[in-house]
Design a protein around this ligand. Structure first.
Ligand code: PAF
Length: 282
C-alpha cells in the first residue's frame, strides 16, 4: 500500500492502473477511520484498485467548529486500510490542496439550504469543492459515501449529475454500535455519561419508526413526538430535526414519497447526526 502526499504522484499511479485496464474505487474520508469507513472500503473491493483519501478539509469547517480538535491518527488509519486491501492512501497537506491564492469554489443551492446547511453555512461549499478536486485528482470509476451523511450524499449525487462528473456514486448503509449509536469519528469526543446520553438519537429514530408503523403520515406530528422523546435526555440539545424530501431536501408536510427524517443533536458540546429514510414500507 502506498501513502502519497502529492497530487502529481497520485495521478501517475492512477494513470498506470488505468493503462492496465484496472477500475478504481474511491473512499473519501477525513481520517480517524472506524467500521463505517471500513464498510465503504470493503464495498469498494468490487473495483480492481482501492484509493482512500484522508484529508481534514479546512474549507468545510466554520470558524467556531472543531477543525483543530478533529481526531487524527495516520498510523492507525493506515493499518486499517492495509488490512482491508487499500492500494493507495492520498494524504495531502492543506497547502497541497489549496494554493495561497485559491479562489475557485463549487457551490449548490436548494439541497444545501436545509438541515446541516442551515446550522453550518459554509459546510457544503467546502464539501462540494474538495470532493470535486478529489474526483479530478483520482478520476475514480466509483465513489463510496455513507448514508449517515444523508444530505451530503444527496448533494454529491446532484453535483455529479449537474456537473457531469464521470463517476458512479454508491451510498452505503449506516453502521451502528451494538447499542444503536451511529459510528462517527466524533463519538470519541463523548465522555462516559455523554456516550450513554447519545443513545437518545437512535432511540428517537426507533420511536419515530413505531409511530409511522401505526399509520401516522403527518410530518409535524412525527417530528414533535421525536422531539419530545429527545427532550427526556437532559444532556441533549436539538440543533434540527426535520422531515424532508429525500432527493430535494425540502421540508414535507406529509410523508408520501421517499422522505428523509434527519437530525443533528448536541450531546454536551458534541454535535451528532443520525437519520432514517421512510419509503412507505416500514
Ligand atoms: O464525509 C466526509 O468525511 C467529508 O465530508 C468528505 C466527503 C471526505 C469531504 O471532506
Amino acid at each position: 500500500m502506498k501513502i502519497v502526499k502529492k497530487i502529481e504522484e497520485v495521478k501517475s499511479y492512477i494513470k498506470a492502473w488505468k493503462t492496465e485496464g484496472d477500475t478504481v474505487g474511491f473512499v473519501l474520508t477525513m481520517g480517524y477511520l472506524h467500521e463505517g469507513h471500513q464498510s465503504l472500503i470493503n464495498r469498494a473491493a468490487e473495483n480492481d484498485r482501492i484509493v482512500v483519501s484522508i484529508f481534514v478539509n479546512p474549507m468545510q469547517f466554520g470558524p467556531k467548529e472543531d477543525l483543530a480538535s478533529y481526531p487524527r491518527d495516520l498510523d492507525r488509519d493506515s493499518k486499517l486500510c492495509e488490512e482491508n486491501g487499500v492500494d493507495l492512501i492520498f494524504y495531502p497537506e492543506p497547502e497541497e490542496m489549496y494554493a495561497p491564492d485559491f479562489c475557485s469554489y463549487v457551490d449548490m443551492s436548494v439541497l444545501t439550504e436545509e438541515l446541516c446547511g442551515q446550522s453550518r453555512p459554509v459546510h457544503f461549499r467546502g464539501v462540494c469543492t474538495v470532493v470535486s478536486k478529489l474526483f479530478n485528482i483520482v478520476t475514480p470509476d466509483r465513489a463510496y459515501f455513507g448514508e449517515k451523511d444523508a444530505q451530503q450524499l444527496a448533494i454529491i449525487r446532484r453535483m455529479v449529475r449537474d456537473l457531469n462528473f464521470n463517476v458512479e456514486i454508491i451510498g452505503c448503509p449506516i453502521i451502528r454500535e451494538k447499542d444503536g449509536l451511529a459510528k462517527s469519528s466524533r463519538n470519541t469526543y463523548l465522555s462516559k455519561e455523554e456516550r450513554k446520553a447519545a443513545l437518545v438519537l437512535s432511540r428517537s429514530i426507533e420511536h419515530g419508526k413505531k409511530i409511522l408503523q401505526q399509520g401516522e403520515r403527518n410530518a409535524a406530528v412525527l417530528i414533535d413526538a421525536m422531539k419530545d422523546y429527545i427532550a427526556t435526555e437532559p444532556l441533549a440539545r436539538i440543533d434540527y430535526l426535520k422531515a424532508v424530501d429525500a432527493f430535494s431536501m425540502q421540508p414535507v408536510d406529509e410523508l408520501k414519497g421517499a422522505t428523509l427524517v434527519a437530525m443533528a443533536v448536541f450531546i454536551g458540546k458534541t454535535r451528532l447526526i443520525d437519520n432514517f429514510v421512510f419509503e412507505n414500507n416500514i
